[in-house]
Design a protein around this ligand. Structure first.
Ligand SMILES: [Zn+2]
Length: 246
């Protein structure tokens, strides 16, 4: 059976001399597909089957996996490939997407989010830590880990004080209630506003915010800790990413 679908190459593993096994995120889910000869310059699949290519694929269903029959490129995110931090971050986001293995509507949402993230990364005009935190919080929110950032869990206060984001409980406490529970505040009002923006804004506006250095450090830490709590296993790509993130 043959099908045509758009998809983003999350992983490309070389096999044999010039073949690749691709892991492609499509709007229905992630599929594995063999792209025979796609590493040869003159091959018809060459330009559309590279890592992080967003392409239209014609796939044949085989016994164990699909094979790519045709592929035409829609976006290759050039800027992303020019910067090692952007590349490392893209690999990290891809690993999270592969780990979450979304299907159906969640896959379509993940594809939109990753395309959005890769576009921002290829523009290279946002701090990588901001992009990382926004991707983490948004992707977790899309798969059932949306934190409750509306107000303090204990007293319903919603602004005017630093807050504690409780990563284990995915909830907020205002400074006063946090102190009563023996918890330390970890979010300034600006950092909390950014978190709310990431989790509650429209798809297209996720990355449309700026943050001072201190608030960005708080956002980054909270998002990273929350990601570690939500995902079952540590991401392999994270340790390298952490060494180059500024
Ligand atoms: Zn409170």
């Amino acid at each position: 059976m043959q099908k045509t679908t758009e998809g983003l190459v999350l992983r490309a593993t070389k096999t044999g001399e010039a073949d690749q096994i691709l892991s492609i995120l499509t709007p229905e889910g992630i599929v594995s597909a063999a792209a025979k000869g796609s590493l040869r310059l003159k091959n018809k699949l060459f330009s559309a089957c590279g890592l992080f290519c967003y392409s239209e694929f014609t796939l044949f269903e085989g016994k164990t996996m699909y094979s790519v029959d045709e592929a035409s490129v829609k976006n290759v995110f050039f800027g992303l490939h020019q910067d090692i931090t952007a590349m490392a971050l893209a690999m990290y986001c891809s690993e999270i997407a592969s780990t979450l293995a979304p299907a159906d509507e969640e896959a379509a949402a993940q594809l939109r989010l990753l395309l959005n993230t890769f576009f921002v990364l290829s523009q290279q005009n946002k701090p990588p830590r901001l992009v990382k935190a926004a991707y983490e919080l948004r992707t977790l929110s899309q798969v059932g880990f949306m934190p409750d950032l509306v107000a303090c869990t204990d007293c319903a206060r919603y602004d005017g004080t630093p807050f504690c984001f409780d990563v284990e409980g995915a909830r907020l406490f205002c400074a006063e209630c946090a102190a009563k529970r023996g918890l330390a505040v970890n979010l300034s009002p600006a950092a909390l506003a950014a978190m709310r923006h990431i989790v509650y804004s429209d798809d297209k506006k996720i990355f449309a915010f700026t943050l001072g250095e201190e608030a960005l450090a708080q956002l980054s830490l909270a998002a990273g800790q929350y990601t570690a709590v939500c995902l079952d296993k540590p991401m392999k790509t994270l340790s390298f990413l952490e060494t180059i993130l500024t």
